[in-house]
Design a binder for this molecule. Structure first.
Ligand SMILES: [Fe+2]
Length: 507
């Protein structure tokens, strides 16, 4: 039982724990994915907007200087002074955050190349595209350690006609701009965030969030190492809840297991006590009470069934022994018809008196009455059936039959009341009877009842030495013996039965 409870508790705990962990994991992971997707979309939109704004700014600046008739003429005429004052140095030294300037004629002869260092811009696709297609192009470009927003467009007159050269300018992603980008991507929790531009995709590892930005020539990335604050918050909350739930469940399981142990131990204690106290009481075994725990109840029921079987067998054996005595008495009845008929009559009368008195163990009373003269088996038939007056010795020998009967029965019967009914059925209420001269209520109940029935049946029976009395005469004689020979109360019961049934001649 305890082992079952223990394993049930462990199993229940494990299932509960697994369910909670799985549930939390699914919710947590799903939550993280959702939050990260939302975060990523928001940040991506912010970065794209930021890049677009910078390109818009630089585009306007580039267009203002590339679509300029005076500038177009100055380039074509190699007017260095004008170019320096109005384009190259003017833009780089002015408050435009411009670090790159490249100006070339249609024949690709370079007029200005500032800020590119050894980087050959003419090999980039943005350069070739603008030159061959006369279109405006924007791109990010990586030069040494700096990321540039590059805008390239054809040189032309004010009205965008007469395109005959190329103008490129670039703005670096400087510290100020980069800080602004950082604030756009993660405006709140700085400590969870590292962001850096790179063209090395091998540095992109989880949990980096990557923002791809447009570039003509390089694969450029802005990497944001973000520990998603929303996901982090969710994680902490869920771990907190899971801890509370698991702790509560574990505590409840422990308490439940402890209570189960207590109940089991208490019930088992009761059962052991009941088994220990099993004994024969009032001719019946004490029954084991019902228990709520199935195993204990099963044991109790099995023991009760066993007790019932033993009880039945025990009674059967005891009655079997008495039947042996009856057989012995029958051997005598073959030669003494009177004793047989007398025994039957006395037992019937006793049954009626006993029923009227509502006595317990009526079956035993009937048996005791049936056997009350069994001791006569030891009295010679010549004496029992003698027609003449008995001698003193003969009478004394007959008076011993109650003790003979008792001695036989006590060897084979443990029914105390049956045996005493036989031994004392010749005792008198006034103490003048035999064999012990018991008086009043010292005489056992069975013996007082048998005495009444015995005398009545003897009076109305024909004996070798006299005729039978009439029933009324017998009743008259017996009434005179109330309180003397007989217990008055039992005699009254007998007389009431007689009064009711005399018309049927049953008694
Ligand atoms: Fe007798």
């Amino acid at each position: 039982m305890l082992r079952k409870l223990f394993f049930a508790t462990i199993l229940f705990s494990m299932i509960s724990l697994t369910t909670i962990i799985l549930g939390m994991t699914v919710i947590y992971n799903r939550g993280i994915v959702v939050f990260e997707q939302q975060e990523f979309e928001q940040k991506s939109n912010a970065v794209n907007l930021f890049v677009k704004n910078i390109f818009t700014q630089i585009n306007i600046l580039a267009e203002a200087h590339a679509s300029w008739t005076l500038a177009n003429e100055a380039v074509n005429t190699n007017d260095d002074v004008w170019i320096t004052e109005n384009l190259s140095d003017y833009l780089i030294q002015g408050d435009f955050d411009i670090d790159l300037i490249f100006i070339a004629k249609e024949d690709e002869s370079v007029v200005r190349n500032m800020g590119f260092g050894t980087f050959d811009v003419t090999t980039t696709s943005i350069y070739q595209k603008v030159l061959t297609q006369d279109t405006e192009e924007n791109s990010l470009i990586w030069i040494e350690d700096t990321l540039y927003f590059l805008s390239a467009m054809p040189l032309s007159n004010d009205d965008s006609s007469d395109k005959n050269g190329i103008f490129l300018m670039g703005r670096p992603l400087g510290e100020q701009t980069f800080n602004y980008l950082r604030s756009v991507i993660v405006p709140v929790i700085e400590e969870h965030f590292i962001v850096s531009p790179t063209n090395d995709s091998s540095t992109i590892t989880d949990p980096l969030i990557t923002f791809e930005v447009p570039s003509q020539d390089d694969s450029l990335y802005i990497l944001a190492h973000i520990e998603n604050p929303s996901a982090q918050y969710l994680k902490e909350k869920m771990i907190g809840h899971a801890t509370v739930i698991i702790s509560t469940m574990f505590t409840l399981n422990v308490i439940g297991f402890y209570i189960a142990i207590l109940i089991s131990a208490k019930q088992r204690g009761k059962l052991m006590k009941a088994i220990d106290s099993i004994q024969l009481s009032n001719n019946a075994f004490m029954k084991i009470p019902h228990y709520k725990i199935q195993e204990l109840d099963l044991i109790g029921n099995k023991v009760n069934q066993m007790l019932q079987r033993i009880e039945q067998d025990y009674d059967a054996i005891r009655f079997k022994n008495i039947e042996i005595v009856e057989l012995l008495s029958k051997a005598n009845e073959i030669n003494d018809i009177y004793t047989k008929e007398h025994s039957d009559s006395v037992s019937k009368i006793c049954e009626k008196i006993g029923s009227k008195l509502n006595i317990e163990l009526l079956d035993q009373l009937i048996l005791s009455a049936k056997l009350h003269d069994v001791g006569k088996v030891f009295i010679p038939l010549t004496v029992l059936n003698k027609k003449e007056k008995l001698t003193y010795e003969e009478f004394e020998s007959i008076k011993k039959h109650p003790e003979y009967g008792y001695n036989i029965l006590k060897e084979v019967s443990s029914f105390k009341q049956i045996n005493e009914g036989v031994l004392y059925h010749h005792e008198r209420f006034d103490g003048l009877g035999y064999p012990q001269g018991l008086k009043g209520f010292d005489i056992p109940l069975f013996a007082r009842i048998i005495s009444v029935a015995d005398v009545y049946d003897a009076l109305i029976s024909k004996r070798p030495y006299r005729d039978a009395f009439s029933k009324d005469k017998a009743i008259e004689i017996m009434k005179q013996e109330s309180g003397k020979h007989f217990d008055p109360e039992i005699l009254d019961v007998f007389l009431s039965i007689y009064a009711l049934e005399s018309s049927d001649s049953d008694i």
